[in-house]
Design a protein. Sequence first.
Length: 359
Amino acid sequence: MHDATKAAAAELENNESNNTNHPIALWGGRFSSGPSAELAKLSKSTQFDWRLADDDIAGSRAHAHALHRAGLLNEKEYADLSCALDELQKHVDDGTFAPIEEDEDEATALERGLLEIAGNELGGKLRAGRSRNDQIAALIRMFLRRHARIIASLLLSVCQALLNQSKNAKDAVMPGRTHMQHAQPILLAHQLMAHVWPLLRDVNRFIDWDLRADESPYGAGALAGNTLGLNPEEVAKELGFSKVCVNSIDATASRDLVAEFSFIAAMIGVDISRLSEEIIIWNTQEFAFVRLDDAYSTGSSIMPQKKNPDIAELARGKAGRLIGDLTGLMTTLKGLPTAYARDLQEDKEAVFDQIDTLE
């Protein structure tokens, strides 16, 4: 038997896990006891990373396929494992499977679910040849690439709305301002279109970012790959990547792409905030350039004459939140050595919050 195949067989045998009626851990073979309650509570991340479950299952399907191609799963094992993953996806979709309090993260929860369906021996074989380090690095890229497209589509809708308003304005003239003072007469359409171009640049930033995000970390393992003869290029294709990361340490340890996504999200917030500020000013009695639709305004409980531009004020306020997310993420990343550290668990909440805010 080939040395790599022997090693793989040994790893597969060692991957048989404990009874799935109890919480599982993906580590701890050398430990005499589990983590303290305090550490378990601090480590828990299912409250925010469960949204990666769909991508994780997709990654597991691709990994199972890689194990099959390498001869580490026979035909029946691969078919049964694929069916088990399909069933797990169905239970996740309909809400009949969800994390429990003892699950450390979404990967642990899904491992538990898979073992409940496929059994310890077959389900445990999926662990061979991958680490949570390369696994989560790939999942966050998959998730962010998908949501970059969603946010970009929403930005294009805003641009189209501004373009429509510009067309409706026709030859309407307004005072152009510098230093908030009258400067030169301009067309209202010209002023409105001045907000379109920054938003289009934000879309282009996502397009440019995606070129760098289009690299799969799968196969990098904990930091130095594996010896099981897997084909990371094929896994990359199955997960929507055109290529694999060149350096395995960089693949698992770097989060500059997450930070770059976060910057683009914050920049979008700034651009939307400037548009919102203009709407707020134009809506004042002193300017009286625009009148907001009732559906996008609120009144006052004590001053019935008021009509407040809440939608613009909230958009302006949320820009600060987006910037705060970026600042927090950058502060977390700045002191880390160039290898995986648990601090990187903190990369997700910032961008998840930005995505929720923008979408």
